[in-house]
Design a protein around this ligand. Structure first.
Ligand SMILES: Cc1cc2nc3c(=O)[nH]c(=O)nc-3n(C[C@H](O)[C@H](O)[C@H](O)COP(=O)(O)O)c2cc1C
Length: 171
């Protein structure tokens, strides 16, 4: 089967990671794939910020946990976190970032890495404590966070997936 079709058919979310570090070149590749996603009118008003290593990721997770009153929140403790942000005044910011998130998922899976969408920053990116950490990590103040990808070497295999959506061919 075609490799791309195969990758799409087999993509899954992974929520458990080993402590093995992800190679920097793999992170570069994933970011390159994100940058090539489609965006409305080709505007590309986004930024993809890869946060490497437990200490930095957990500092952001702790700030999010505090903002959301979720003590001990750890974003599934990944070894890499990619923050997908976009200018808050971009009309299709969330759709653009969703396209990039799929590229991130597919490229991570293709490299043998696990990945899951983390949505918690969506609800708290302008909380002062969260914003302070985002600013320190280089996310512009006029950006909202419309997705994050927790990435790492998977601990355990994928589960079966039940498909509940519908497909229809007319004609
Ligand atoms: C917009 C969006 C937000 C999501 N947010 C989260 C999240 O915060 N935490 C999480 O564990 N998974 C999150 N997911 C992943 C979904 O739960 C996952 O895609 C779904 O359960 C189907 O599983 P699969 O990705 O393995 O096919 C999100 C997915 C999308 C598209």
């Amino acid at each position: 089967m075609n490799e791309v079709i195969n990758a799409i058919l087999n993509r899954r979310s992974c929520r458990s990671f080993t402590r093995e570090p992800v190679a920097r070149e793999d992170v570069e590749t994933i970011l390159d794939c994100a940058l090539r996603a489609p965006s409305a009118a080709g505007k590309q008003t986004w930024q993809f910020t890869a946060v490497m290593g437990e200490e930095k990721i957990q500092r952001l997770a702790a700030a999010a946990g505090k903002a959301l009153s979720r003590e001990g929140y750890d974003m599934y403790d990944p070894t890499v976190l990619i923050i997908t942000s976009n200018r808050k005044d971009t009309k299709f910011r969330e759709a653009d970032n969703a396209c990039a998130m799929e590229n991130i998922y597919l490229s991570a899976n293709a490299l043998g890495l696990g990945c899951v969408w983390i949505n918690q920053l969506y609800d708290c990116f302008d909380d002062p404590g969260v914003r302070a950490v985002l600013r320190e990590y280089g996310v512009p103040d006029d950006h909202g966070v419309y997705g994050c990808a927790a990435i790492g070497h998977p601990a355990g295999g994928p589960r079966d997936k039940e498909l509940v959506g519908k497909k229809l061919i007319v004609g």
